[in-house]
Ligand binder design. Structure first.
Ligand code: FAD
Length: 551
């Protein structure tokens, strides 16, 4: 971690004077402040830029006025926009008094100190003590974590921020249009608009328009396996995969969990899971994920994020798992827990506005972006119901758009009751979205009435789409048997088996390939609940043991 004590910066072109100032400053202030010094005015300006870039507070500048090229006043002027609250002093000779007085008006000089300042106890410390007390009183610590600087509706920035949020990595979003500091930081980093989004870190170089993989590496996520071979490889870190990893690792299996996007899967996007056993007030998906993730790693599972499995090759008795980055690992057994993803809604203009008002799923970030604007939820299932209630924390206008007559046959009663009791949510039946309009971001949607075919355009801040889900099985479709909708068949549901080369019947949760198991929403006939997924993930490990024992 970078040193975040506030800085006192001293500048004097004469090395012996600089070391005397630094010596005196250190003697009194080094417990609470970091003392930096330079003999070069240009370098001082660069240091000020660098401190701003890193979010390190600058408390005080002590600058010699008379320096070749860049003067003390020039240095103080350069700090004005980045550190308006920093205290500014000039070291002056008698002949510089006029320049110092001018500087009071020009740069808000706080004090000019006549050289020499001996003894410092009389001529230096009383002045600086006062200035630093004043600075401390006004100082509000700046945010020094990861900062993402972008234009307001940047899709790349949306993806980076969603990635950080889903992986529970704190960051601050700074928009050029709304935050003067964002402009200064972009300038200080020497970046221009074409290099945005810009990601700043407390230490090390900023990243310009990074991919999620580069960002992941930088924030310390592990996306490459440490070993070549594992007892069990689990694909997908939703509740099913996390449960399998906890049980696998705790029962002594060398366990690798591979996640393409962020741990938690769909559950990670749930704002409040109310029906998971043991949490009477409900638990947010993010909280549940954090707990499961640390439990799995503490027990010894290795978790790769982001790492996408592209295909699996059968080399009996091993399974070779090929990852999108070109690497591969060998596993004696596998658990498929790749879940489902939202179906995409097809209507004119939606694709272009994805991430800028059009969203699949919802979280604090998107909801906050559109605070106090009219929001629409498309779909009538439980996740749509949960999302619409969540959105009422941000706006008093949420409309659920459904094709059917009512929510009765698609949503749980407790959610319908809550929706009916909430004045901020209304339901628009027999309707669908026919199009979306907007420039940099969504401005309106076109609604079609399914009975009359009449179309109306209405102002919209954001739409959140929940229109059903599709199994994530492209990566394994040429290996295991799937049902007609793409879900993985297992145990008693399997059709006639080809290449079944072990001397036993498939275990429950075992696919058409020996040693490859399936758990959670991606399984044919699953109940699509967190509890179901965690139950199946842990149960699959029991069968993994039995399979390994039979090898
Ligand atoms: C908004 C919302 C609210 C919900 N609320 C509730 C609730 O209140 N109560 C409840 O019981 N259930 C709820 N559910 C349902 C519940 O979240 C799911 O049943 C559960 O998450 C399924 O878990 P899973 O592990 O099977 O799959 P998922 O959660 O879908 O996770 C699958 C994971 O696999 C990863 N993956 C996919 N393909 C690959 C690949 N090729 N390589 C690597 N990784 C891959 C994905 O990125 C994903 O992280 C909710 C769902 C949603 C969307």
């Amino acid at each position: 971690m970078t040193e975040q004590r506030p800085v006192i910066l001293a500048i004097d072109d004469q090395p012996e004077v600089l070391s005397a100032v630094q010596r005196d400053l250190r003697a009194r202030y080094s417990d609470d402040y970091r003392i930096l010094g330079t003999t070069d005015g240009q370098e001082a300006i660069a240091t000020i830029d660098e401190l701003a870039l890193r979010g390190t507070p600058l408390a005080l500048i002590v600058a010699d006025q008379r320096m070749p090229g860049v003067t003390g006043v020039d240095v103080l002027r350069s700090s004005l926009d980045k550190f308006p609250a920093a205290k500014k002093t000039l070291l002056t000779a008698y002949a510089d008094t006029d320049a110092a007085i001018d500087a009071i008006n020009e740069v808000g000089l706080d004090y000019y100190i006549m050289k020499p300042w001996d003894p410092p106890e009389d001529k230096l410390y009383p002045i600086l003590d006062d200035l630093l007390v004043e600075w401390q009183a006004a100082y509000r610590p700046t945010y020094t974590g990861i900062r993402v600087i972008s234009q307001e509706w940047s899709r790349q920035a949306f993806e980076l921020k969603a990635f950080l949020a889903r992986n529970q990595i704190p960051y601050r979003s700074m928009l050029l249009e709304k935050d003067a500091e964002a402009n200064q930081l972009m300038e200080a980093a020497g970046a221009d608009l074409s290099q945005l989004p810009l990601v700043l870190f407390p230490e090390g170089e900023p990243l310009t328009n990074p991919s999620t993989e580069i960002l992941a590496q930088r924030v310390g996520l592990q996306s490459h396996a440490r070993a070549d071979a594992y007892d069990v490889a689990i694909v997908g870190a939703g509740p099913a995969g996390l449960a399998a990893a906890v049980y696998g690792a705790s029962e002594g299996l060398k366990t690798l969990l591979i996640e393409a996007s962020a741990p938690g899967g769909q559950a990670g996007q749930s704002t409040l899971i109310e029906n998971y056993l043991g949490f009477p007030k409900g638990i947010s998906g993010a909280d549940l994920t954090r707990r499961a993730y640390s439990q799995a790693t503490r027990l010894g599972a290795e978790i790769l994020v982001p790492a996408r499995v592209e295909r699996v090759e059968r080399k009996d008795p091993y399974r070779i798992v090929h990852l999108a980055d070109g690497t591969s690992i060998t596993a004696k057994a596998m658990v498929v827990t790749s879940g489902v993803e939202y179906r995409q809604l097809q209507a004119e203009g939606l694709e272009e506005l994805k991430g800028a008002g059009v969203y699949y799923g919802t979280s604090n970030i998107e909801a906050n972006y559109h605070r106090d604007q009219p929001m629409f939820v498309i779909g009538g299932g439980n996740s749509a119901g949960q999302a619409s209630l969540f959105l009422t924390r941000f706006t008093d206008s949420v409309t659920i758009i459904i094709r059917g007559d009512s929510l009765d046959s698609t949503m749980s009663r407790y959610l319908i009751d809550n929706i009916e009791a909430n004045d901020s949510v209304s339901v628009l039946p027999r309707s669908q979205v026919a199009g979306a309009h907007g420039g940099t971001h969504l401005e309106s949607i076109v609604l079609r009435n399914l009975d009359t075919d009449e179309q109306t355009e209405t102002k919209a801040g954001a739409i959140f789409i929940f229109i059903g889900q599709k199994a994530q099985t492209d990566w394994i479709s040429d290996l295991v048997q799937l049902d007609e909708r793409g879900f993985v068949l297992s145990g008693p549901n399997l059709g006639p088996l080809k290449n079944w080369n072990v001397d036993r019947d498939p275990f429950p949760l075992e696919t058409s390939v020996p040693g490859v198991f399936v758990a959670g929403d991606v399984r044919h006939d699953s109940i699509r609940r967190v509890a179901g997924a965690t139950g199946e993930g842990s149960t699959a490990i029991r069968f993994v043991h039995q399979h390994l024992a039979s090898l």
